[in-house]
Write a protein that binds this ligand. Structure first.
Ligand SMILES: NC(=O)c1ccc[n+]([C@@H]2O[C@H](COP(=O)([O-])OP(=O)(O)OC[C@H]3O[C@@H](n4cnc5c(N)ncnc54)[C@H](O)[C@@H]3O)[C@@H](O)[C@H]2O)c1
Ligand SMILES: CC(C)(O)[C@@H](O)C(=O)O
Ligand SMILES: [Mg+2]
Ligand SMILES: [Mg+2]
Length: 354
């Protein structure tokens, strides 16, 4: 653990250097790690652990796209790929990576397999924190642990292949064996975490639900829509509205923020832009703050969890989601976006080669 000062608050962080892969491999050498679910996180975590030399099997419903994807990724039916129940039976560590709604449906079946001394691993605090709504109450004689990558499973895999790690949170909810900490950190190293930041299940789920509904996904699209629409209503062309709302942000300015912070990005823009941005940021903050407060309240009361459970438990949830995403994709703003993206040199080369 290294003590790091985050803006004046000192926190403990697990560094990869102090917990090398060889140590993780040693701790997990007798374990069979069963990754249940092969959607977004499942493939990345399972493949990273396999590439890291750990003993991994996959449990997935037979017959669907996820099963076929697992086979395509080299998991062998009957050897390293099984139906969910069989994989959970074989695993000493169960990585429960079904969608949060599916975890509820499969829980009665999974619970039977959680014999004393096993570990139940999550990548989200959802199921356990909202146990009154999910009925996910693990038995007392197993470890219950969490490693939550702070990013998409897709990035977890690509960053691993680039030799980088994706920062992740970790938490221990229940330490029945006395070995929960070692198991957790070893799994974190195994799945390709960069640094590991301690949290607890409740804080992980409250912050995660707030972030994805807020600035990471919901809030950013809401801001984009508002600005794009106002520009269009005032006679600006789609390309101009898109460039000034999205393209410049992702291609030029956010990489500068990622590299050296917001002030550095500001400092590399004109004094005209700096003056305006500094004047307007507080107005945006004050306008948006009540929405964020309402969001956090809705997360804390469990309303967000309930809505997610109710909608994502429907048999046709996937079709409905796909339809909502289609509407987003086919909106003028994102069709303009597709046209703008196609103009990037790397995409033109692809077109020229085709
Ligand atoms: N998607 C991400 O990048 C991401 C990031 C961090 C944490 N998480 C967390 O990781 C966990 C897994 O999320 P995900 O996005 O990978 O899941 P997902 O939505 O991709 O679903 C995973 C699997 O669940 C299976 N499934 C769905 N309904 C089922 C049912 N009724 N019975 C059996 N199987 C069913 C699907 O076949 C799929 O393989 C969740 O707790 C999520 O909050 C996800
Ligand atoms: C990738 C995210 C948004 O960080 C994750 O929390 C998720 O739920 O997919
Ligand atoms: Mg999330
Ligand atoms: Mg998240």
């Amino acid at each position: 653990m290294a003590e790091i000062n985050f803006g004046g608050v000192v926190e403990n962080v697990v560094m990869r250097e102090e917990f090398p892969l060889t140590k993780a491999q040693g701790i997990l050498k007798e374990e069979t790690i069963a990754v249940i679910g092969y959607g977004v996180q499942g493939p990345s975590q399972a493949q990273n652990m396999r590439d890291n030399g750990l003993n991994v099997i996959v449990g997935q419903r037979k017959g669907g796209a996820s099963w076929d994807k697992a086979v395509a990724d080299g998991w062998v039916p009957g050897e390293t790929l099984f139906e969910i129940g069989e994989a959970a039976e074989k695993g000493s560590i169960i990585c429960y990576l079904l969608s949060d709604a599916a975890q509820i449906a499969v829980w009665p079946q999974l619970k039977e397999k959680l014999t004393p001394g096993k570990a139940l691993y999550f990548s989200h605090g959802f199921g356990v924190t909202y146990h009154e709504r999910t009925n996910i109450v693990p038995p007392k004689d197993i470890d219950v642990i969490l490693v939550a990558p702070k990013g998409s499973g897709t990035s977890l895999r690509t960053m691993f292949l680039e030799g980088r790690g994706l920062n992740s949170s970790y938490a221990i909810y229940q330490d029945a064996t006395g070995n929960a900490y070692n198991r957790t950190i070893s799994l974190g190293i195994g799945v390709g975490a960069g640094y590991l930041f301690p949290t607890d299940f409740k804080k992980e789920v409250f912050s995660d639900l707030t972030g994805e509904r807020g600035s990471l996904m919901g809030g950013i699209q809401g801001l984009f829509e508002a600005q794009y629409d106002v520009l269009r209503e005032n006679g600006h062309s789609p390309s101009e509205a898109f460039n000034e709302t999205v393209e410049e942000l992702t291609q030029s300015l956010m990489p500068l923020v990622a590299k050296n912070g917001m002030d550095w990005m500001y400092a590399n823009c004109s004094t005209t832009a700096q003056r305006g941005a500094l004047d307007w940021k507080d107005k945006f903050r004050d306008a948006v703050r009540p929405v964020v407060e309402d969001l956090y309240r809705s997360v804390a009361t469990g309303e967000e969890a309930q809505r997610s459970i109710d909608t994502n438990s429907q048999p046709d949830y996937r079709e409905k989601l796909d339809e909502e995403l289609r509407v987003l994709r086919e909106s003028e703003m994102w069709r303009a976006g597709a046209a703008v993206r196609a103009l990037r040199p790397e995409n033109q080369e692809v077109e020229a080669e085709a």
